[in-house]
Ligand binder design. Structure first.
Ligand code: ADP
Ligand code: ASP
Ligand code: MG
Length: 466
């Protein structure tokens, strides 16, 4: 049975990281067939996006700057990994043509001053195309027979550029067609993470951080025995280690717990990763490329029990939007109108909260979507505002969502009381509480400036104290 192993941006961040990644693959590959999935080298996706933004804004230097900035780290890594010879020449030429293609795309963006979601998806895909070319070449250099596979040939998606969903049935068919012959010959396919393509062959990305999702889509398609996500921490931890240095690694969590944690900001795994794996009962392991001997976290149907709350997650950079007014007595129709107006924008709604007086409905969106969302609401409620059925549309910037997650909270009385008691003791104001928190999590909103203190306090009370 095949294992799918995904390596994140830091695991291919420089020549040394490529070496570690290749050593891991070389170690596991002889035992059972392995399919590798790689992210772009760290920083490259953001760089491509920044170049796209500069080109669309009419920066005439954007194209040449991009070519130089993107090519340099890839060439540097390649030179260290394969200093000379025919393979080096071929790979270097391949990197050159990929950058040329990205530059041509940027040039049209610059000329047209237009960057559609479809064009942006094509542009950002070059990071993974380049990193996978280097890894496949280096594996061959160390005698691990390998082939680079661009995922537009394998992962079939819908046409929602920037946030595409996989068509699992068709992907299964393509995976059999493209990957199984290579696996049968003992080759190690190195796939690009982050994107697939529509049926017409247009590159479509799966969302930021989507290479984890790519790995589980491929795991599902190949009925893999396990999916391993190699990153720069030992596993899923009880909190983001950048906020809580004493956070510890969890040995095992359930698919649902991992999904909740990821959805509420635990960047270590993309929230959509779990469902294709769960559908075929495939366990996911989170492992550290830089400490491969550490056990890691197992994500499966079973969870480590004994904790009422297992981990704390948070998302920063959000805004609360509030619609308020007497007319909101008929809440159901207003709510429908609010969310169909918001649905016409590209904004993601993280959480909804309705004041008990029923005179207001608040919801949380990304800070960057705030202006578009307010404009869509102003349009929808123009007449209601004029007749004062809706009194105001307001917003509150710089807020964050916090979530306390753990299956053990189901049936443990008083957890919510302890959560809010902890916030009270810390003198942290709770801006809003979610209406539909699942039993797996309690989520609420605080000011951005309070988020670190809130996460640390909750970690102390719920996790470290357990
Ligand atoms: P990769 O590039 O390998 O996909 P990411 O940067 O996307 O890696 O995710 C790993 C990072 O997620 C860690 O370095 C850590 O800072 C962050 N992180 C946030 N919350 C958690 C958590 N609960 N457990 C582990 N890591 C977390
Ligand atoms: N390179 C992509 C990103 O930065 C995908 C990933 O790393 O998972 O979003
Ligand atoms: Mg990631």
């Amino acid at each position: 049975m095949t294992k799918v192993m995904k390596f994140g941006g830091t695991s291919v961040g420089d020549a040394e990281a490529f070496r570690r990644t290749a050593a891991i693959l070389a170690h596991y590959h002889p035992e059972e067939p392995v399919v590798a999935v790689v992210s772009a080298m760290s920083g490259i996706t953001n760089l491509l996006l920044a170049c796209g933004a500069a080109a669309v804004a009419g920066d005439s230097e954007a194209v040449e700057t991009a070519r130089a900035l993107i090519l340099a780290p890839h060439r540097r890594a390649l030179t260290e990994l394969i200093p000379a010879g025919e393979r080096r020449r071929r790979t270097s030429a391949a990197l050159g043509s990929l950058v040329d293609e990205a530059a041509r795309l940027l040039y049209s963006v610059y000329v047209l001053r237009e960057l559609s979601p479809r064009a942006r998806d094509r542009l950002v895909s070059f990071g993974e195309r380049m990193s996978s070319a280097i890894l496949a070449a280096y594996l061959n250099e160390i005698d691990v027979a390998s082939v680079q596979v661009e995922a537009d040939r394998v992962i079939v998606t819908d046409g929602e550029f920037g946030n595409a969903s996989p068509q699992l049935e068709e992907t299964r068919y393509r995976a059999r067609e493209v990957l199984e012959p290579a696996l049968a010959e003992g080759m190690l396919p190195v796939l690009t993470g982050f994107f697939g393509a529509t049926r017409e062959g247009l590159t479509a990305t799966l969302g930021r951080g989507g290479s984890d999702f790519s790995a589980s889509i491929l795991g599902n398609a190949l009925a893999a025995s396990e999916i391993w996500i190699w990153t720069d921490v030992d596993g899923v931890m009880t909190a983001d280690p950048r906020i809580v240095p004493e956070a510890r690694t969890l040995a095992a969590i359930s698919y649902s717990e991992a999904t909740e944690l990821a959805y509420f900001g635990a960047k270590v795994i993309h929230p959509k990763t779990m469902y294709p794996a769960e559908e075929r009962h495939i366990p996911i392991w989170i492992k550290n490329t830089f400490a491969p001997e550490a056990t890691g976290t197992r994500i499966s149907a079973e969870s480590e029990d004994g904790y009422s709350a297992k981990a704390i997650a948070s998302i920063s950079g959000l805004a609360v939007v509030t619609v308020e007014g007497r007319g909101l007595i008929d809440v159901s129709s207003i709510t429908t109108r609010i969310f169909s107006a918001v649905g016409r924008t590209a904004a993601n709604v993280y959480m909804i909260s309705q004041a008990s007086s029923q005179h207001s409905v608040s919801f949380i969106v990304d800070g960057v979507d705030r202006v578009t969302v307010l404009a869509a609401l102003a349009e929808e409620f123009r007449e209601d505002l004029r007749h004062q059925r809706v009194l105001s549309l307001s917003d509150d910037q710089d807020v964050a969502i916090l979530a306390v997650v753990g299956a053990g909270m189901i049936g443990t009385p008083g957890v919510a009381g302890r959560v809010f008691g902890t916030m009270g003791n810390e003198k942290i104001n709770v801006v809003a509480i979610a209406q539909g928190s699942s039993e797996l999590n309690i989520s609420f909103v605080v000011k951005e400036s309070d988020v670190s203190a809130a996460v640390r306090a909750l970690h102390r009370v719920f996790v470290a104290g357990d």
